[in-house]
Ligand binder design. Structure first.
Ligand code: ATP
Length: 435
């Protein structure tokens, strides 16, 4: 197939100038000049090319070099006083400029897979082969950076057509077999851009999904794809698509998109929007919120099995288990009491991570409970008694388990407004110590 070169190469140059920051644009031109001087060809590749044509912002600059990419990365670093970290095994390098700007450089390569899901064996090759190993036609576009002709679109596989037609299409029939993470990637791009998975590609995808290929992915690779899906703007739709393609079973055989789960995912969207508006300076792990939601109908032990299988990092695993343990009882407790004392709200919510609080608000579907959570986050969570252990000692109390009891009681009294000053607290301690 002949590459489709843009009819007017200046069109893309102009588009690049218009859509990229001056810093990136100039740096790309410098890279092109350096490639010319070194007698190699350098290309901008990957998501940035796609997003440039779609009009989206993307700051991930990936460069592919026909020739010795690692030597080129070193020259680039030398020339601009940048740091360079070369990963020889993968023929990739990270270049970090003095102003913090980063880019990835790779030697253009072809890939072969020893067996499905294996990490590929790579060999230096042409840009044509480099683009052929990519997941979808829309991600297999490149822009030439050499000075003549800077900005030329390299499109061997019809990516530009598919971008205009809003189609996700694999480059060859073995694509999902070579790398089943692409099953999730197809859904991610389809949902993100409102594209359609092309008919033949969808047949291949469903065939891969119906096989056990996905099971052969390592936990971290599967987790990475699932979390990236859940980090998208509208994860509920992506989950629906996963269910349609029978992919949820790879998380847990008991996982199904029930009416309850559909409703919960939609309520989570609202609850997250509420949280972000109410607490803009308290960002949370959105993907994790949806992940915990997805596990809502699974038992604690089934959830634990999923967490283990995906090898979730400790902090995420911990938040999941806290939410699993405490959301349902907290919900029952808050629903029972019409207007709980602040200390009661505190006790009920204190063990929940923020992601669990968002889940609780979604499940409660009650403005009263949202208000209680809000008061807890803004006020109660920050309340501390002003006396500490050293103060108790100074008051003549013998250290021991009683300290915790007294400090807990002081906190409760502070929360409920029974004590307002240090002197009040001291009085209360004296009373408690007598009992
Ligand atoms: P996003 O905007 O979500 O980051 P992206 O396309 O930049 O999308 P990356 O995962 O950063 O996604 O990948 C960069 C490029 O590397 C892709 O555009 C694609 O060309 C290629 N690529 C990434 N993952 C795969 C894969 N599993 N199979 C084939 N090509 C891939």
């Amino acid at each position: 197939m002949k590459p489709v070169i843009s009819q007017d190469r200046h069109t893309l140059r102009a588009l690049m100038r218009r859509r990229l920051s001056a810093k990136i644009f100039n740096r790309l031109q410098e890279i092109g000049r350096l490639a010319d001087a070194g007698g190699v060809s350098a290309y901008l590749v990957g998501g940035l090319v796609r997003d440039l044509l779609l009009g989206y912002t993307n700051l991930d600059v990936d460069i592919a070099v026909e020739g010795d990419g690692m030597a080129f990365a070193r020259r680039l670093a030398d020339r601009y006083g940048a740091g360079v970290k070369v990963f020889d095994r993968f023929a990739t390098a990270l270049v970090v400029f003095p102003d913090g700007f980063k880019l990835d450089v790779a030697t253009a390569r072809c890939e072969s897979y020893a067996h499905p899901t294996a990490l590929p064996t790579v060999e230096p090759s042409s840009i044509k082969d480099d683009l052929y190993r990519r997941d979808f036609t829309i991600n297999a576009l490149a822009l030439r950076l050499n000075a003549t002709p800077f900005g030329e679109l390299v499109d061997f596989y019809g990516g530009r057509h598919d971008l205009s037609a809003k189609i996700i299409r694999v480059l060859h029939a073995r694509s999902f077999v070579d790398d089943p993470t692409r099953v999730f990637r197809a859904i991610r791009f389809e949902q993100r851009f409102g594209f359609r998975i092309e008919t033949h590609t969808l047949t291949l995808l469903k065939k891969a999904a119906a096989s056990d290929l996905v099971r052969r992915l390592s936990g971290p690779r599967l987790r990475n794809e699932v979390m990236r899906l859940l980090s998208e703007q509208a994860p509920a739709r992506a989950v629906r698509r996963m269910a349609e393609c029978d992919l949820l079973r790879f998380l847990h055989t008991g996982l199904a998109l029930t009416a309850h789960l559909t409703g919960l995912l939609s309520d989570l969207g609202k609850s997250l929007a509420w949280w972000t508006k109410r607490f803009p300076r308290r960002p949370l792990d959105r993907a994790l919120v949806y992940f915990i939601g997805l596990m809502d109908e699974l038992s604690a032990s089934a959830t634990h099995a999923v967490v283990k299988q995906l090898a979730l990092p400790g902090d995420q695993a911990n938040k999941i288990s806290l939410a699993k343990k405490h959301v349902a009882p907290a919900l029952r407790s808050l629903a029972r009491q019409r207007s709980p004392q602040p200390s009661e709200t505190y006790r009920t919510l204190a063990d929940l991570p923020d992601e669990g609080l968002v889940l609780l608000v979604a499940k409660a579907r009650s403005t009263d409970i949202a208000r209680l959570v809000s008061a807890y986050v803004t006020t109660q969570q920050h309340v501390r008694p002003s006396l500490n252990g050293a103060d108790l000692k100074a008051l003549g109390l013998k250290p021991g388990p009683i300290y915790k009891k007294i400090l807990d009681r002081l906190l409760e009294a502070r929360l409920d407004g029974e004590v307002k000053t240090r002197a009040d607290e001291r009085e209360l301690v004296k009373k408690l110590a007598k009992v």
